[in-house]
Ligand binder design. Sequence first.
Ligand code: DGJ
Length: 719
Amino acid sequence: MKLLLTILAGITILGTKSTTLVIDARQGNEAQIVYYGSTVCPDDINGLAAAGYRGNSLYPAFGLKGADETAISVVQPDGSLTLDLKVSEVITEKWEGGQTVTVISKDPVYPISVKNVFKSYYEQDIIETWAEIGNEGRKPVTLTKYFSGHMPVHTGNVWLSSIYGTWANEGRVCQEPLTRGIKLIKNLDGVRNSHTAHAEAMISLDGKPQENSGRVIGLALEWGGNYELRFQTDDSDYHHVLAGICPENAPYTLAKGEIFTTPALAYSFSQEGLSGISRNFHKWGRKYRLAHGDRERKVLLNSWEGVYFNINEAGMDQMMGDIASMGGELFVMDDGWFGEKYPRKDDTTSLGDWKVDREKLPGGIASLVQMADRHGIRFGIWIEPEMTNSVSELYEAHPDWVLKAPGRDNVYGRGGTQLVLDMSNPAVQDFVFGVVDNLMTENPSIDYIKWDSNMNIRAYGSQYLKNQAHLEIEYWRGFAKTCDRIRAKYPDLTIQACASGGGRANWGVLPWFDEFWTSDNTDALQRIHMQWGTSYFFPAIAMAAHISAAPNHTVHRITSIKYRCDVASSGRLGMEIQPKNMTEFEKDFCRRVINDYKSIRPLVQFGDIYRIVSPFDGQGFASMMYVAPEKDKAVYYWWKLANFHDEHFARAVFAGLSPNRQYTIHELNRIDAMPLQCEGKTFSGRFLMENGLDLPKSNYPANREQSDWSSRVLLLTAL
Ligand code: DGJ
């Protein structure tokens, strides 16, 4: 690894494989970001000023600079709102994956210091930044804004791609030019921060965003709580990108001697379009963030859409037998298995009472684990440990454990009785740890936990904290401590982050989790859109995608089994269905799909993503692929998005292949009676990328059950 780090008269250069960040941190001056982009050689760095690269404040502070947007603002003990950050020292260090640069600034008048840390991940082209704000005085200082970082982006034909949505419609892509004013993306849910807007975005520097070309900066805030991403375009030549915890309703009192560390903000730069940024984040995420990012995921059946709350032993046994017979490797029993005094029959009771409902499951969890064993699969279980219902033994024993403003009534969520537990309270942290610990101690062979979270913070108050303004931050600190304890004791357990679907797809949460439930909406057509946007920052290995029933339970659309399988098998494949309601043909088809998926699992879960035709572009179909890092194998997905007669699509072109290698085509998940014309044929990577194939617009199944939903999955193997 060649480390690009030179310090020339206060200029600090932090390099990754293909990018350079240039910081001007001369002692006594305000630190500035001068350049972030493709690799620049040291000679050209000396010429940056002559090329018109002007420094922009690295961490702009409020109070002495007029109307500029700021990353930090404080109220000093004497009431002054000013902060002046002047560089006192720059420390550079190496770590095994790259290097860190710490710019230490101090206020010449007030005893406040700020460390802005930049950490490079050389191979993955990622640079993280965060701030450590220290109160070195004797009196408390109030932080009214404490973002993680500021990135200046030169004006031009600059476009923003952001990800928005809602419950059951996560991961939508919005693309728009950055124009005058402020584009503000924020989330105030408190618990689930990626339903309505994601804490990640991409900035395309060369006009309308392209998947596989153009310079792009990507950014991801690693924080599961409330956040803001601000894109300010003013009368300067720069857009100002600021990101961090949303400080609204959360001024933070920094005690004497205390250091406040902001969450990390991860940046990447790529010249290979939006997909290039995705590849960087996926590689970095799998290696450094996602729990077990190097371990293949099992094919599973989750019970939720199959039986909802109607859990019973015979039913679980039947589902386990069915998924085992289709080649699945894991069964997950969802909501509805617990509650003694208040059995969980629907969503109005029992959260917190994590004791088996013996009426439904006389043999307890132990007998389910044995059942799974008999079927040759593993067993997983659903919990929602941060929550309770007012109708529960837990709430009866500990009404002081729920979030509630002092002197006010509860504000309920799901089922009219749900309440959020106060994760800032150490007693609650012990309890939540105990939920997992008890389950695992009693049933050590539980393989998988689905950790759900179905309510936002409504009653803004802690019965434990003295300073209510710290609630949002202390909730997440408590969550982190609890998850650390769980992971220390159960490092091998697979844990899914579910939060009413995709409410916790965030790099701040995933270090403790192996994957997330992408959405409660399992409709294949809508999933193509949702998985597309979610894949901007999150790899397929983390994106749970399940084959479900038709008509779909959320949108009631009827799609073919092939289409549902082809969409789910582009993510972490699973099933979310009552198998006993499937036809023998469907079961048999799924058996083949699961078998095919196992052969491409390393490609899907560890391969490099190349999105090609976006479902948001109105071309009638969408396509994408995963390519092995060695480029000797690739899998290509093509999904038709609507069915009209007399349609004429573009040829199916490929991406990411080695131009000079020959690839043989083989159709997976095949339903058609006749093989494709290209089946078994060999083409050069160059031909496939430049000219592509003309794929039939419809499937022609052997059973003649044609449907209006068509799709293809092609495996490309290099000779
Ligand atoms: C919300 C989740 O997103 C669903 O998958 C399911 O687990 C339900 N909660 C159970 O209540």
